[in-house]
Design a protein around this ligand. Structure first.
Ligand SMILES: Cc1cc2nc3c(=O)[nH]c(=O)nc-3n(C[C@H](O)[C@H](O)[C@H](O)COP(=O)(O)O)c2cc1C
Length: 204
């Protein structure tokens, strides 16, 4: 079947419940397509999108979380302009989700400590490049210290890696949901102001 097995979506509440269920799957299941959303930030007046790994989601707080290197350009972009957009797509269900809101950077607080403890030891290498991400180099290189090289082999310095670790927490206040269907595509929009939500069906 072209559009895969469908959920039984009748109400805006069904849309919301299905969306939340799927975003939760994106956090817990590394094989799920929602595990790798696109996060867009603004670099001045230029949008910049990149894939990140979804590390946390709270429907109660309306937050989406990912980890990054504190020296990466996206961090200064968010500090300059906190407006961000997340894009998710499930190709099996033909379901697209766009969430937008404002992001904050956490490097030296409980949130950063909590998330750092969850970074598995082999993954801490991702925060260990000696030169900051985005720097120009003369040859292709990861910028990592020679941890595996037979001569200069040295253990990973977790203190240095921790200094480079940052968490991006985004609180979203808008959601755009789209489902492609053989019988006609359907789309809904959600908007939150404080704890009040408004929801509407819209033409795709
Ligand atoms: C599958 C995949 C997962 C990625 N996950 C992350 C991530 O969780 N955090 C991150 O900062 N970059 C991640 N990246 C790398 C980013 O897409 C991006 O190249 C990098 O963070 C530099 O972005 P920036 O220069 O806009 O800051 C991932 C890339 C891929 C292909």
């Amino acid at each position: 079947m072209i559009f895969g097995k469908k959920e039984n979506i009748r109400t805006l509440d069904d849309v919301l419940k299905w969306s939340w269920r799927t975003v939760h799957k994106g956090v817990s299941n590394f094989k799920h397509p929602f595990h790798r959303p696109s996060l867009t930030t603004m670099d001045g007046n230029k949008p910049q999108s990149r894939i990140v790994i979804l590390r946390g989601f709270s429907e109660k707080n309306r937050t989406l979380i990912c980890n990054c290197d504190a020296r990466s350009p996206k961090v200064s972009q968010i500090q300059d302009n906190p407006h961000v957009n997340w894009l998710f797509y499930d190709p099996k269900k033909w379901m697209q989700l766009r969430l937008s809101g404002t992001a904050s950077i956490h490097t030296d607080d409980e949130m950063a400590e909590f998330r750092w403890k969850k970074v598995r030891l082999p993954n801490r290498i991702n925060y260990s490049s000696e030169i900051p991400p985005g720097s120009f180099t003369e040859k292709p290189t990861s910028g990592l210290p020679d941890l595996l090289g037979h001569k200069a082999s040295k253990p990973l310095d977790h203190t240095e890696a921790r200094k480079n670790f940052a968490v991006i927490v985004c609180r979203f206040d808008e959601m755009d949901w789209l489902l492609l269907k053989l019988t006609g595509n359907i789309r809904a929009k959600f908007h939150w102001e404080d704890h009040r939500m408004s929801a509407f069906w819209v033409i795709p």
